[in-house]
Design a protein around this ligand. Structure first.
Ligand code: AKG
Length: 221
C-alpha cells in the first residue's frame, strides 16, 4: 500500500480525471491502478456472496481529509443518490493509516434497516443535509479504524459519519459503489455524476443494459 499510495499521490490526484471539475472522483475510469484496487478479488468475492455475480461500479471517490478537514455528518447515502431501485454496496478502503485521531468513518450497525429522514445540515459540516439527529443513536457508533489496504462494506442505508480531522495527519480513503445491473442511474450526466460518465462491469455481465458503460482503462495507465 505504501507504493500504491505514492502512485496515487504523484500520478493520480495531481492529474485531471474524467470529471474535469474534481480529480478525486471516478479515477477508476482513467487509472488502471485505481480500477484494480476496486476490483480486488478480496472485495469482489465478498460482494458476489451478498448480491450475486453481476456487479457494476458506478462511482468511486477519494475521501481525503487534510488536518482540519470538516466533519461529514451522519447520513444514509441513498438520501442523495439518483438510483432506482435504491440498492447499492459500498467499499471504503483505507489508503492512509486511519485512526480515531485522523477521523475514521464511524457507523451505526443495524441502522440500514430503516430509512431515516434528512434535514438541513448544521453550519460548518461537509454536506448540505444530514440525518435527523432524533434518529441517530450516537452511543451505538463503531469506529472503523483501518490499516492501509483494509476495507469495510456497507449498503446505501447504513448511517455513517466522520468527525473533523483534529490530527496533524491526512486521512485518505477510497470508496467505490457497486450495483447489480438491474439498478438504473436516473441521470448519468448530472451531479453527483458528470457529463459523459460511464459505469464499468467488474464481475459477470451487464445483462440489463440500463446504464452507459465503458471498458476499464488499459493496463499501462
Ligand atoms: O470518508 C468519510 O468520512 C465519509 C465517507 C462516506 O460518506 C461514504 O463513503 O459514503
Amino acid at each position: 500500500m505504501n507504493a500504491i499510495r505514492q502512485r496515487i499521490d504523484t500520478e493520480v490526484i495531481p492529474t485531471p480525471g474524467p470529471n474535469p471539475k474534481n480529480p478525486l472522483q471516478a479515477r477508476h475510469l482513467d487509472h488502471r491502478l485505481v480500477h484494480d484496487l476496486i476490483a480486488r478479488p478480496e472485495i469482489l468475492g465478498r460482494l458476489r456472496a451478498l448480491v450475486g455475480n453481476d456487479l457494476v461500479v458506478w462511482a468511486s471517490y477519494f475521501f481525503t481529509k487534510e488536518p482540519g478537514g470538516k466533519e461529514i455528518p451522519w447520513h444514509q447515502d441513498a438520501n442523495y443518490w439518483p438510483i432506482e431501485p435504491p440498492l447499492n454496496l459500498s467499499v471504503w478502503m483505507a489508503i492512509d493509516e486511519v485512526t480515531t485521531e485522523n477521523s475514521c468513518v464511524r457507523i451505526i450497525p443495524g441502522s440500514h434497516r430503516r430509512v431515516v429522514p434528512h434535514v438541513p445540515a448544521r453550519d460548518g459540516v461537509a454536506f448540505g443535509q444530514e440525518a435527523d439527529p432524533a434518529y441517530v443513536d450516537e452511543d451505538a457508533a463503531v469506529d472503523m479504524v483501518l490499516r492501509p489496504g483494509q476495507f469495510f462494506l456497507f449498503n446505501e442505508r447504513l448511517l455513517h459519519q466522520s468527525h473533523r480531522n483534529t490530527s496533524s495527519r491526512r486521512r485518505m480513503g477510497l470508496s467505490a459503489r457497486y450495483i447489480p445491473p438491474f439498478v438504473a442511474l436516473l441521470d448519468q450526466d448530472a451531479p453527483p455524476l458528470f457529463p459523459d460518465h460511464a459505469c464499468v462491469v467488474v464481475s459477470g455481465d451487464d445483462t440489463f443494459g440500463l446504464n452507459r458503460t465503458t471498458n476499464p482503462p488499459p493496463r499501462t495507465a
